[in-house]
Design a protein around this ligand. Sequence first.
Ligand SMILES: Cc1cc2nc3c(=O)[nH]c(=O)nc-3n(C[C@H](O)[C@H](O)[C@H](O)COP(=O)(O)OP(=O)(O)OC[C@H]3O[C@@H](n4cnc5c(N)ncnc54)[C@H](O)[C@@H]3O)c2cc1C
Length: 265
Amino acid sequence: PELAADMVPRLLDGTEQWCQGFSEPGSGSDLASLTTRAEQRGDNWVINGQKVWTSLAQYASRCVLLTRTAPGHAGITAFFVDMDTPGITVRPLRTMHDVDEFAEVYFDDVVVPADRMLGQPGDGWKLAMDLLPYERSTCFWHRIAYLLATLDGLAGKSDEADDLDLGAAYLAVYTARCRSHITQRALAETGRVGPETSIDKVLLSTAEQQLFDTYRDLVPGAIEWTDPVLRSEYLYSKAATIYGGTAEIQRNIIARRLLDLGKEQ
Ligand SMILES: Cc1cc2nc3c(=O)[nH]c(=O)nc-3n(C[C@H](O)[C@H](O)[C@H](O)COP(=O)(O)OP(=O)(O)OC[C@H]3O[C@@H](n4cnc5c(N)ncnc54)[C@H](O)[C@@H]3O)c2cc1C
């Protein structure tokens, strides 16, 4: 709580940006297999390993970092790491929509004080499971507003013969909006969201891809040649079924945790 009281206001007022160091070259969907090590040395912990796809790491002041301190889920430990600590190297990666969206982040003997551990050793998995449902929901209301504005622009450029395709895209975006409305209200009333936000993530990524695919089909050339903003959004829409956990992983969560359809064989 002391760390949160000190740090969170800096994030909320925009003084700082933070990044999320979860994924590794060998651990994405199977996050619990992560191998970045943290070893205790006196009052400090020393971190070695590599993260990848870390969004906007090159602009971040701090990182919420998952490390391994022991085997298994109960051996994952989270730290709040200053990105200017010696031993951290950030290498931005350029995406196909031509933006340095994410980065490789290397940790070589990075010394982190023990009071930067989030919770206790082994609390990292629970922290990640608590955190990810927020990533899969809270920011979507804004994104859906943007998608609706894009849909309005598309409606102005297409003719009546396109109504069926436009209607399908409209339905997908509005379905995501209705779902997001329920989630934002639940968050306001209870202060918590859980695995049910995997539904929001599936609906948002479906709507986003359907909208930009429809744009490509109804306004030939706009995305390929004439509109760099749309082209960028179209390409970025392909990432929607990957970031924050892939579409398949969301469906697994819905099947197991919401519908109780059993474990993976
Ligand atoms: C734009 C963007 C931003 C990102 N930002 C961050 C960030 O800031 N921090 C961070 O830590 N990570 C970030 N990521 C990484 C993201 O979380 C991972 O890419 C994602 O979890 C998938 O992991 P992976 O890429 O290793 O793919 P893999 O896990 O190797 O998956 C490959 C394919 O196999 C499928 N698959 C894997 N396991 C199963 C299964 N059990 N059942 C069914 N299908 C399965 C997947 O759905 C996928 O289609 C970002 C990714 C993108 C695209």
